[in-house]
Every structure is written in structure tokens, then in C-alpha cells.
Design a protein around this ligand. Structure first.
Ligand code: PNS
Length: 200
């Protein structure tokens, strides 16, 4: 299985086009004078998730968020109550490798509520990928609750069609049965999946 990685696609795209950056049309926090009340300043966004493991679908969304925002914080949920295949450290390491070529992207972890993570960092915007209708109801509910709790704004990014069927859970399932997933996840994830599944 092969294919162009989302980071390479995003780079090719930005070579062809003038990078649209909100910073050029919307004031940043340090440059808010003259903005009307209620205008959004959008220097920073968060891309939250479990990333167990990161897929090319995730990388696509993170890369596109990085083209819209000066800083993108990828927030990896540490939920001790939920069994994950990979440890938090492994999930963060795979994300760091996958996002190494993307400027302005940092990887952090969080425990508890996303709104608390965002409040502590003065982040007001969440970017989430939407694959299909099945994602929508749950994502809408979370977006509305996050808005109610902390005024968080959520921007939904439609997943690029080539990744719309890719989900961490499916990748793990087919990899466990020996399928080649190298076209669905970054190379570092393929290697760690193999090692993790061989060990179990
Ligand atoms: O990769 P996932 O599983 O789709 O990510 C879901 C995630 C981590 C973004 C979501 O479950 C979350 O934000 N969890 C943190 C706990 C929280 O804030 N719950 C209330 C959501 S309204």
C-alpha cells in the first residue's frame, strides 16, 4: 500500500497557492486594537484526540489546521479508565514524528476536560475532522457542550476523501490480522504497530 502523505500533499498545495492564514485577515491577540467586540482572534487552535495511533487522516487535519493558525496544539487525551493499545508516551512520540515537518505544531497531553486544558492555555478554538455523518452527532454534542462550558468554538474540517474511511480502531483491527497498513498511517506507526502486536 503506498500513497502521498498528508504532509507532502499539504506542502504541494501550499507551493501552488498563497497560504491562506487567518493572521493576515484577522487580528491576533497582540494586535486586537480596532477589532469589534465579539470578533475572533485566532492565533491558536487545539486538535484534541486519543490518537491511538495517529493516522494519515489525523495528520491531514493537523496539517490543514497548521495552515490556518499560527500555533496548533495537538492535545493527546490520557484517560487511565480507557484501555489504549499504545502508551501515552508512544502516542505522543508517533505524533511528534508525524508532525515533525509541520511548523507551529506542538504535542501535549491532557487529562480530564478539554475545556480546562484550553482555559489554562487561553485557547478558544478546537479543530476537529469530520469523516462522515456517523461522526457528526457526537462531535456536534461535544462542540456544543464545550461552547456552553467555556465558550470554546469548534471548527469542523471535512476529512480529505482519501482518508475518510480511516480510523485508528480499524487500523488496529486489520493490522492485528496481518494486513499492510502502511498507506493508512505514518511509517513510524507501522513499525510500532508491528512491535506492539508481535509482543501481545
Ligand atoms: O480521538 P477521539 O476519541 O475522537 O477524541 C475524543 C476527545 C479526546 C477529543 C474527547 O473525548 C475529549 O475531549 N475528551 C476529554 C474529556 C472531555 O472534555 N469531555 C467532555 C467533552 S464535551
Amino acid at each position: 500500500m503506498g500513497g502521498t502523505s498528508p504532509v507532502a500533499s499539504a506542502r504541494q498545495e501550499s507551493d501552488r497557492t498563497v497560504r491562506p492564514r487567518f493572521g493576515t485577515v484577522v487580528a491576533t491577540r497582540s494586535n486586537r486594537a480596532g477589532q469589534a467586540d465579539g470578533d475572533l482572534a485566532l492565533p491558536t487552535a487545539v486538535c484534541p484526540g486519543s490518537f491511538d495511533p495517529v493516522t494519515f487522516g489525523h495528520v491531514d487535519v493537523i496539517a490543514r489546521a497548521a495552515r490556518m493558525f499560527d500555533q496548533v496544539t495537538v492535545a493527546v487525551l490520557h484517560n487511565p479508565a480507557k484501555q489504549s493499545l499504545f502508551t501515552l508516551n508512544d502516542r505522543m512520540a508517533m505524533l511528534s514524528e508525524a508532525a515533525a515537518q509541520l511548523s507551529g505544531v506542538s504535542i501535549e497531553s491532557f487529562q480530564g476536560l478539554l475545556v480546562d486544558f484550553c482555559r489554562a492555555r487561553d485557547i478558544t478554538v478546537v479543530v476537529k475532522g469530520l469523516r462522515a455523518g456517523v461522526d457528526f452527532d457526537y462531535e456536534l454534542q461535544m462542540a456544543q457542550l464545550n461552547s456552553r462550558l467555556a465558550g470554546l468554538e469548534t471548527i469542523f474540517v471535512p476529512t480529505s476523501p482519501q482518508w475518510s474511511f480511516v480510523a485508528s480502531s480499524l487500523v488496529k483491527e486489520v493490522a492485528a490480522h496481518g494486513e499492510d497498513v502502511s498507506g493508512l498511517v505514518p511509517a513510524g506507526v507501522v513499525a510500532r504497530l508491528r512491535a506492539r502486536l508481535d509482543a501481545s
